[in-house]
Ligand binder design. Structure first.
Ligand code: HEM
Length: 322
């Protein structure tokens, strides 16, 4: 999807287009009350590029990267007097059968590398610097599972935009000039019910997702009745334009604890696009016919963040340090 307005905006963004990595940490924090905590956070954000270099330079082939994003309430605490047009807290969705809950989160770090130790070391130093100014609300360590499969067995991420389309789908453009180059982020931690899923016939699993499991080939879209996950997650506006998001989902788990999950993370230029996907999944289209993936996957967290362009992040930091 190439939307209007994006081409004319100079590209200054965080490393949202970094390729799918082998390892990732998804770290959600809340920030303590008071100006002192905010000052510590601003100082750490100011030095983040240096911290990436400090750890990442130890193995450049490890391609360490980190995206920083802020939640709606934290954004307001910086008191810059302006905010991204669509930034707001996660809106919980109560479907007839399944719920997408909203959970706390002020700051989000998406840490990626080809090596788990790079992610670990970066996270360790980052949390050390932030100290008691933050509390960890959620921490998930993800890994690549064979040919980028989720733990339900399907290749995950195929329909992601590529090349020029990544920016057009994920970066705010001239529609909100002051925040051009930023990106809206929706994250949700899902836990899977593996045994009932494993009891389904293979062709039933394929109908639920909308792709063949081994070959990854797409199945035709149903035009009425029960729709597959990939059909419910396809958003076409009134003009017939399809709106994509960039997903960087990763499996995580602890077999010894019976924990099997998918961490969903979606970057988008327009927050409403991911919101619409969630509504179609949880409420169904037609209403009542929810995404059957949810019968085997429960959302335990839900939060919205904005990953500002580097220059906007610097402005936030300056506003607190002034
Ligand atoms: C497609 C898995 C949650 C949005 C897919 C595909 C798989 C998958 C296997 C097909 C291959 C691909 O194109 O990537 C999962 C799992 C989830 C999950 C295991 C969590 C348990 C979500 C959520 C959203 C979403 C919460 C959006 C809010 C999409 C989109 C596509 C997709 C946009 C591509 C549709 C297209 O073909 O155009 N997902 N997904 N997914 N999913 Fe998910």
């Amino acid at each position: 999807m190439v939307g209007s307005g994006w081409d004319r905006v100079p590209i200054d963004s965080q490393s949202i287009d970094a390729p799918l990595s082998r390892a990732a940490v998804f770290l959600t924090l809340t920030v303590a009350e008071g100006h002192e905590a905010l000052q510590v956070v601003a100082g750490v954000l100011d030095g983040l590029d240096d911290l990436i270099k400090t750890v990442g330079f130890r193995d450049l082939n490890g391609r360490l990267s980190c995206i920083t994003a802020l939640g709606s309430a934290l954004w307001d605490r910086f008191q810059t007097g302006k905010r991204p047009k669509e930034l707001r807290p996660f809106l919980p969705i109560e479907g007839a059968k399944h719920t997408a809950p909203a959970t706390p989160g002020d700051l989000f770090f998406h840490i990626r590398a080809e090596r788990e130790d790079l992610c670990f070391e970066f996270e360790r130093l980052l949390l050390d610097q932030l100290g008691s100014s933050v509390t960890v609300a959620d921490e998930v360590v993800g890994f690549r599972y064979f040919d980028s499969r989720d733990l339900l067995g399907f290749v995950d991420g195929t329909a992601n935009p590529t090349g020029h389309d990544i920016g057009a789908s994920t970066l705010v453009g001239s529609e909100d000039q002051a925040f051009a180059g930023g990106s809206y982020l929706v994250v949700q931690k899902y836990l899977h019910q593996m045994q009932p899923w494993a009891r389904l016939a293979k062709d039933e699993q394929e109908r639920i997702i909308g792709r063949e499991i081994v070959s990854n080939v797409e199945l035709p879209d149903a035009t009425s009745g029960q729709k597959s996950h990939k059909t419910l997650a396809t958003i076409v506006d009134d003009d017939g334009t399809e709106h994509d998001i960039l997903r960087d989902n990763m499996p995580f788990g602890r077999p010894g604890q019976g924990e099997y999950g998918t961490y969903f993370i979606g970057y988008s230029r327009h927050l409403w696009v991911t919101q619409k996907m969630l509504e179609r999944m949880f409420l169904g289209d037609p209403p009542g016919m929810h995404d059957r993936l949810l019968d085997f996957s429960t959302a335990h967290t839900g939060a919205v963040f904005f990953a500002p362009a580097p220059r906007t992040l610097s402005e936030l930091v300056e506003a607190v340090q002034a």
